[in-house]
Design a protein around this ligand. Structure first.
Ligand code: SAH
Length: 248
């Protein structure tokens, strides 16, 4: 995986995965976090350039730690937070999601949109739980099958890309096995993929290839194009599911 190419392709977009301000707000509503009387301690894990972080900062009375592996994404977030007058609510932290520096039982909420696949859903849920206070919220969006059966082409693509893809019932079972109580689930609508993620991404392909005239860069674009083509063909079969759960 050539991270530098991927960072360069993705960092000028508002988001690095499917989602929207509206869906983040819906998850905030389902979480009940807005009712808190004290300043909340929140971590946004795998935040990228901070599409969700900024919505959280705008809508919650919170100190937010925005975590991503890549400082290049975090610099964009810092600049945007300053522009929007939200910088005093957000601190950034470049580190890996499987090696977090938080104290056990110290967080009111862990947010993670389109990012837990990097570590795997079950492993993330198990690992993140320790950092939450009792009653703390885990809100994560995760690739999810929407139907009980699916065509071979898309099944084998995802089995290869991310074998932990499963139905919402399976994901909810993982949460319940780890002692979480589900507060809400909804799948992201098509607009979150096409309008907010794939369209801006593909509008940058030509400039990216003009800048990086290499075989490796072409392979990156071919892989993204293949992912988009498959989504357009099979979008009724999968989406990101947003899971909002409370640590019991
Ligand atoms: N939440 C953002 C980004 C989703 S893309 C959004 O919805 O737009 C996944 C993000 O995970 C990327 O920003 C990537 O840099 C980050 N990432 C990948 N591996 C990681 C790791 N091991 N630890 C922390 N972040 C990681």
């Amino acid at each position: 995986m050539n991270w530098e190419l991927l960072i360069d392709l993705h960092k000028s977009n508002d988001r690095q995965g499917p989602g929207s301000e509206e869906q983040t707000k819906m998850a905030i509503t389902l979480s009940g976090l807005s009712c808190a009387s004290e300043i909340l301690q929140v971590a946004d894990i795998g935040c990228g350039t901070g599409a969700s972080t900024l919505v959280l900062a705008e809508n919650l009375n919170a100190n937010i730690t925005a975590v991503d592996l890549f400082p290049e994404f975090l610099s964009v977030l810092t600049a945007n937070a300053e522009k929007q007058g939200l910088a005093d609510k957000i601190r950034t932290l470049a580190c890996s999601m499987d090696d977090l520096p938080f104290e056990e039982g110290s967080l009111d909420a862990i947010w993670a949109e389109g990012a837990v696949y990097n570590m795997g859903f079950k492993k993330s849920v198990t690992y993140f739980k320790r950092f939450l206070k009792p009653g703390g919220i885990l809100a994560a969006s995760e690739i999810t099958w929407l139907t009980q059966s699916r065509p071979d082409e898309i099944r084998s693509y995802w089995d290869n890309e991310y074998p932990e893809i499963a139905t919402a019932a399976d994901k909810i079972r993982v949460l319940e096995e780890q002692g979480f109580i589900l507060k809400g689930y909804f799948p992201l609508p098509v607009s979150c993929w096409i309008d907010n993620y794939y369209d801006p991404l593909r509008s940058g392909f030509d400039a990216f290839l003009a800048k990086h005239d290499t075989e490796e860069a072409k392979e990156v674009i071919d892989a993204e194009t293949n992912e988009i083509t498959l989504y357009e063909k099979y979008r009724n079969y999968y989406s990101y599911g947003f899971y909002i759960a409370r640590k019991s």
